[in-house]
Design a protein around this ligand. Structure first.
Ligand code: FMN
Length: 354
């Protein structure tokens, strides 16, 4: 437990402890996608209460990649100023900020005249299909990730996180379920990872900002976990993580799809996968999903996993780390998932917190 509260290195960055706030969309961006005063307050409350590293809400790199209402954006220089304000606030408490960059792919919201991109065409409803990306579409999107990373650097962010999990564009490429391509972007694990590889390579060489990545460690088809395919998928993930490391990626946040349905699991959801990846690749692992109490934190530290990441517990109790430090055993969060609903229905974030 003590170790989790002690300062740690991530590449050349000194973090004040081993706790991350996992990327969390809050539904409170300004209408134009810039960071609002309410979002600044959320970041300040976390930083004030010891959260060492804050990964922002999902932030789109392109207008046609917006995938949730009231999403933050970094697809234009006009967003740099509010992003810098957020970083300044976190820095004033000694916390670090990683901006999470994403494109929604097939999960993007359908706007009039906008194209919905995906690795392989899928039917969204009766007469709407997504557009299978051509090589030049891929090049454009890679370019937009690089430009957004440049803006994050200009805003004084400490790094960026590529969102390659939870079913958004990059994870649509990674998953063999949603990527049926027969060109160099489909097929083998490294082919499916190629778009991510191109993004990391260019950000590392052209922008020179620390890069971390969020990856799924499981597969889901519809609402069903497909255990029999998960072992093969994990072997693919190991290959991808090795590749990410060799390209200069500093750490991997290991997550999984369907986390909302795992409330009955009493250990950190993806700890077994994290242990396996850690065994095979020497790269810092940030574990997220279902970490709820000081026993879990100890379990993660004992497994030699480097960092602890939480989302819902911090929505419920932004001061949770103070409470853990002062002897509270478990988070108050009851995993009711109302945090996905309340912000747009009554402006609150949690049944227990404002
Ligand atoms: C309200 C809400 C918004 C979220 N937004 C994002 C997001 O923007 N990007 C992301 O990668 N994950 C997002 N997540 C997932 C979390 O980062 C995390 O992976 C997941 O909640 C599991 O961790 P937990 O058990 O500590 O909540 C969100 C989760 C919640 C509850």
């Amino acid at each position: 437990m003590q170790r989790a509260f002690q300062s740690a290195k991530l590449g050349n960055i000194t973090l004040k402890n081993r706790f991350f706030r996992s990327a969390t969309h809050d539904y409170f961006a300004n209408e134009d996608g810039s960071i609002s005063e309410r979002q600044l307050d959320i970041i300040e409350e976390l930083a004030q209460h010891r959260v060492g590293t804050i990964i922002t809400a999902i932030t789109t790199v392109r207008a046609d990649g917006i995938s949730i209402e009231n999403q933050n954006r970094l697809d234009d220089d006009k967003y740099i100023e509010s992003t810098r304000k957020m970083c300044d606030i976190a820095h004033s408490y000694g916390s670090k900020v990683f901006v999470q960059l994403a494109h929604g792919g097939a999960r993007s919201l359908l706007e009039a005249e906008s194209m919905i991109y995906s690795p392989t065409s899928v039917q969204l409803n009766d007469d709407v299909f997504t557009q299978e990306m051509s090589k030049s579409d891929i090049d454009l999107i890679v370019d937009d990730f690089v430009k957004a990373a440049q803006r994050a650097k200009l805003a004084d962010a400490d790094g960026i996180q590529l969102h390659a999990a939870h079913g958004y564009l990059l994870s649509q490429f990674i998953s063999p379920i949603t990527n049926k391509r027969t060109d160099e972007y489909g097929g083998s694990a490294l082919n499916r990872f190629r778009i991510v590889e191109e993004i990391i390579k260019r950000i590392v060489s052209e922008v020179d900002i620390p890069v971390i990545i969020k990856l799924n460690s499981n597969l889901i088809r519809g609402n069903h976990f497909i255990e029999d395919e998960n072992e093969t998928f994990l072997a693919d993930v190991v290959e991808m993580v090795k590749e990410a490391k060799s390209l200069g990626c500093l750490a991997v946040e290991l997550s999984g799809t369907g986390f909302q349905q795992l409330a009955q699991i009493s250990h950190p959801y993806f700890i077994h996968q994290a242990i396996e990846v850690k065994k095979q690749v020497d790269i810092p692992i940030i574990l997220v999903g279902g970490i709820r109490n000081t026993k879990h934190i100890q379990q993660v530290m004992d497994a030699n996993i480097d960092f602890i990441s939480m989302s819902r517990p911090f929505i419920c109790e932004p001061d949770l780390l103070d409470k853990f430090k002062n002897g509270q055993f478990k988070a108050r969060c009851i995993l009711c998932n109302q945090c996905f609903v309340l912000p747009t229905t009554n402006g609150r974030r949690c049944v227990f917190h404002k």
